[in-house]
Design a protein. Structure first.
Length: 302
């Protein structure tokens, strides 16, 4: 796997600047990180499964997770034997104010009609702030055992590094339900006609570069699984290994970094040649990395 130093060395060879007479390591590091981001934009190769929550009575969701507040709490195990609602504790990691919540027993929840003695839902009282990752949720008292829940922050775990959503699966009991994608105009006309259209979401639509809508508006909290494309983390130290872009996808990166270096130098002709080579290298990797896949080895799947 290539390190930042390996990228710099490859880029210097293309630029004929082995002794760093024209470009410093710091400048080439900037160009290399820009090239890595551009490669993800062009190919979508950094796919990340992100887990989040479809929040009760909320239709608009953003990628931004810098708010640091709890968006929803999902019951993952209703437990048994509860004679009264157990106390809910939302704990670290938190820098600012801690979120608070309460629980209800009985009623209708993710697991169907819950008998008295099971935790049906957890409701947020204060969302808190300053969370750097999903806090833990614990239960105490109430006479029962086994209840468990998971908290989710506003936004997605990858935050604004998320570039696109390809698919969304919604967890409903023991099933994953793939949501249908609709362009916004069609989504708005067909699924947002009734303002009180509430139920299990069946579709999503992107709205701008960093937000999406679900419809119908969730009638309870649902766990969701998002198949996304995300920008890579910047490489900082020379010995840092690029673990987010692997071979052979690393090959086009020095060519795009060289394009940026030559463009800054105002050598536009050489810059254009490097950009053409980047495109050719990217297309070459795309065309040679797909191997033969047989969807089903027999004549009919049934």
């Amino acid at each position: 796997m290539t390190t930042l130093q390996g990228y710099i060395t490859s880029t210097r060879r293309l630029l004929h600047d082995a002794n760093a007479n024209f470009w410093s390591n710091e400048e080439l590091t900037d160009y290399i990180n820009q090239a890595r981001g551009r490669l993800i934009r062009d190919t979508g190769i950094r796919r990340v499964i992100q887990n989040s929550i479809a929040v009760y009575n909320q239709e608009l969701y953003t990628f931004d997770n810098t708010v640091g507040s709890v968006a929803g709490i999902l019951v993952t195990n209703p437990g048994s034997g509860y004679t009264s609602a157990p106390t809910v504790t939302v704990s670290a990691p938190v820098v600012g104010n801690t979120a608070t919540a309460n629980s209800t027993i009985g009623g209708v929840g993710e697991y169907g009609t819950a008998n008295t003695g099971q935790v049906a839902s957890v409701n947020i009282l204060t969302a808190g702030d300053g969370y750097t990752s999903n806090p833990t949720v614990s239960f105490s008292g109430g006479g029962g055992t086994g209840a468990a829940a998971q908290a989710f922050l506003n936004g997605l775990p990858e935050g604004l590094k998320t570039m696109d959503i390809i698919n969304i699966n919604l967890y409903w009991g023991n099933t994953r339900v793939p949501l249908r994608y609709l362009p916004w105009t069609q989504f708005n006309a067909e699924l947002r006609f009734w303002q009180n259209y509430v139920g299990r979401p069946i579709a999503f639509s992107m709205y701008g570069p960093n937000s999406f809508y679900l419809s119908p508006i969730p009638d309870q909290n649902y766990a969701i699984e998002l198949d996304t494309v995300c920008r890579p983390d910047d490489l900082v130290t020379l010995d840092e290994i690029d673990t987010q872009i692997l071979e052979p996808w690393q090959n086009p990166i020095p060519f795009y970094a060289s394009y940026l270096a030559k463009y800054k130098e105002q050598s536009y002709g050489e810059a254009e040649l490097f950009k053409q080579q980047y495109t050719m290298q990217t297309q070459n990797v795309l065309s040679t990395s797909f191997t033969r896949r047989m969807p089903y080895p027999y004549s009919r799947p049934y």
